[in-house]
Design a protein around this ligand. Sequence first.
Ligand SMILES: [Zn+2]
Length: 376
Amino acid sequence: MRGNKTTGTILLVCSLAIAFIAGKEFKKMREPEPIIKGSGVTEVKMLSDYFSELKGTNADTEIYVMKGKEEGGSALVLGGTHGNEPSGIMSAVVLIENAQLEKGTLYVIPRTNNSGLTHNDPQEGSPQRFTIKTKNGERWFRYGSRATNPLDQWPDPDVYIHASSGQQLSGNETRNINRAYPGRPDGTTTEKAAYGIAELIRKDNIDMTVDLHEASPEYPVINAIVAHDKAMGIASTAVMNLEFENIAIGLEPSPVTLRGLTHRELGDFTNTYAILMETANPAQGRLRGKTDEALVLTGIDPTYVKAQKLGRLFVPYDENGHPLEERVGRHITSFLELVKSMGELEPEKEIVIENVPVIGDLMENGLGHYLNEAQK
Ligand SMILES: [Zn+2]
């Protein structure tokens, strides 16, 4: 009896210690990475300024506004729709820390699903953060989840029914903000956040919205722009110009039957030109090996080299992988082309953005070169 009690006590102490350590790590994920805004940022707003119900919740998120000297069009960049797709978040950060607006207004949301960046996807073994070397030090950034944190929205139903269309998806998609648009003011936390984004677009009359994503190299829609029917003119002009710059990028029309996504619902329910872009991120792929910071940063994985040789991938892939600076470079260069196309086709919507690195700059100098230093 005595032995059993001692063993029991030891096991209890051990499990409490594990719970304490795991709980502490989990709580630490609530801390957002510091973003050091550049001089081009004229105002930092919150999503709750557009939909007050979000105030004080984990779904509220920062909106960086850069207003140009001259009036013009407006564009919104969504990074961090999915927390496990870092090129979107990092492209947003590079814009916030560098861009200077000569004309028009740029809105950037780095953590679109803020709650998704406060945890990791279960059983994926993803790192909680990654570090980038800058000119004089280093900066860290979150690697999060595709979905809202279950602490903010739980439990999932067996079947997720998209409110405005009745489309049925598996229950865990209930916490995927990119299946929740146009959102509902009285819906789940995720639907409320989506509604907040739609309200921002409606209230500030945003001309173009670009949602930045990544996908695994074996996913068919990759290195691609997906555009709402109304945005096809702008997107096809941009794709042509990108080809001249030797950036191969596919163009896909937003499928009418796939509901809840930015490129469908924001185009249908607001006046914005709704566009989504994808780069290749092996760290979220199903064929990947060890999932660590190095994989997030370099995109190098020998399994994907093999998969490419077997013809299983939808992007070129070799021993050099797809480093984060290349993926950020693709997003930023493509975004600038989209902005340019809009201004060419509709001169009253012209936006002039200066001081932003394009793919060649990022490949040459690295991502850290374009991140600001933390104030001492
Ligand atoms: Zn995504």
